[in-house]
Design a protein around this ligand. Structure first.
Ligand code: AVJ
Ligand code: FE
Length: 436
């Protein structure tokens, strides 16, 4: 078996795996009406995501990669995220669920046909190492996570909750609340990872002063203490923009929290359950994370601090793809890939610890950083400006680490996500840091 054949098999297997996941969130669990309707103005109808991932696959794996003529050029604009904002997508003449399933199935058959003979020529950047296939696989996984956020906003009978989640490996010895990251240089980003998006490139050396970072994400019990201390009513903890958001939104808890008879509950995929106090807090916006950190006498980590604490071995002076090393993510390392539909308690996955001892840096919840999204020194948009570059600037904050809903193929210590500072429906929490 040649390397080319092995890569073809890997890509075909990953294409198949992500598609099963997309169907498990759409046509397998919801009827036509629920697929077509908009569950929240913040989100697309699920049938839009489904046809969009197929259209993206057609654009990149058929037209760009192997030069196949457009299959249905008249529908391209419907699925171009820049032409139609989410709020207006339900009023577009979208493919219905059956048409969408047929269309993406036809695209997929042509992709698998051409994959059987494609050459991953090192001199063609799109194809080298199978880059464009990996990009399309990750893209569908990212939309699957977005579709899960739609499910979380959806009202009605639960359709996703079912089987009991597998047991969680727990830290047995007491862990310190914070770990120290010594001053010094580390390598940020990557120039070699075949899965890396343009915004993760190139690798570059960054020198940071010493800092402390929380061993685990902030948990619900800690966040409840902030809420019950009147944190949402004291402008002292909030930045000016944060306080403006607090007043305008009139929010006083993370999204999906409920209070009844003095007890805290949350709604999760259509079920109301007691708030698990030891789980990382989820569904807080950047302003809330920032306010909590100030109340706690700390601050959010910068994106650079986050990546150093997650990936850098200060003794061996090497960078790892994951906190635990370069070994592929397994069930013993992290809560990734929708195996559970919730985060695991803080202090889980001792074998997933980073070299400095930080836990749950990858999986469980996305983590807000204090940093705005920009290109690294030497950034070059590839293969298109609309993936990353058009979002550079002060409007978006960087999120790191992936959540319980993120697939391992779309998660590594260099992976960068970004969103508006008001965003709460994503599976996001945070941990704090402070100067040493
Ligand atoms: C990287 C998650 C911010 O969902 O807007 C999906 C990923 N880009 N389709 C998004 C993406 C194009 C993107 N995020
Ligand atoms: Fe997309």
């Amino acid at each position: 078996e040649t390397d080319t054949e092995r890569l073809r098999e890997l890509l075909a297997g990953e294409l198949e795996r992500v598609r099963a996941r997309s169907f498990a969130l759409t046509t397998r669990v919801l009827d036509e009406d629920e697929l077509v309707k908009q569950h929240s103005r913040l989100m697309s109808p699920l049938v839009w995501d489904l046809a969009h991932v197929g259209n993206y696959e057609e654009l990149w794996l058929l037209r760009a990669a192997v030069g196949v003529a457009p299959m249905r050029p008249e529908i391209d604009h419907l699925y171009n995220a820049f032409e139609h904002p989410r709020a207006e997508r339900p009023s577009l003449p979208l493919l219905d669920p059956t048409e969408a399933e047929d269309y993406i199935g036809l695209v997929r058959r042509k992709v698998l046909d051409s994959l059987a003979s494609v050459r991953f020529s090192p001199d063609k950047p799109l194809l080298a190492d199978g880059f464009v296939y990996r990009m399309v696989i990750q893209h569908e996984h990212q939309h699957d996570e977005t579709m899960l956020a739609t499910h979380q906003l959806r009202r009605g009978e639960p359709v996703l909750l079912g089987t009991d989640p597998p047991p969680v490996p727990r830290v047995t010895a007491p862990t310190p609340a914070e770990v120290l990251v010594e001053a010094g240089e580390f390598v940020m980003g990557t120039s070699t990872d075949p899965w890396a998006y343009d915004n993760e490139r190139p690798a570059h050396v960054v020198n940071l002063p010493a800092f402390w970072i929380d061993t685990t994400p902030v948990c619900n019990a800690e966040y409840v203490a902030f809420v019950e201390d009147g944190g949402y009513d004291n402008p002292r903890w909030w930045s000016p923009a944060g306080w403006e958001w607090r007043q305008r939104s009139n929010k006083r808890t993370p999204a999906f929290w409920l209070r009844s008879d003095g007890e805290w509950f949350r709604r999760r995929f259509g079920r109301v359950e007691p708030l698990p106090m030891d789980e990382p807090v989820q569904h807080v916006c950047w302003y809330e994370a920032e306010a909590y950190a100030r109340w706690a006498g700390k601050r959010l980590p910068t994106e650079q601090e986050w990546e150093k604490a997650a990936s850098w071995d200060p003794v061996r002076k090497v960078k790892y793809r994951y906190p635990w090393g370069d070994e592929q993510a397994g069930a013993e390392h992290a809560n990734l890939g929708q195996v559970r539909l919730q985060p695991t308690p803080v202090g889980s996955f001792p074998r997933g610890a980073s070299p400095v001892g930080a836990l749950q840096m990858v999986g469980d919840v996305w983590e807000w950083t204090s940093t705005s999204f920009t290109g690294y020194p030497g950034f070059r948009a590839f293969p298109y400006r609309e993936y990353s570059e058009v979002f550079f600037g002060s409007k978006y904050k960087v999120l790191r680490g992936g959540s319980w809903a993120t697939d391992p193929t779309a998660c590594r210590t260099t992976f960068r996500n970004w969103d508006f500072p008001i965003r709460r429906q994503i599976f996001v929490g945070f941990r704090c840091a402070r100067d040493a």
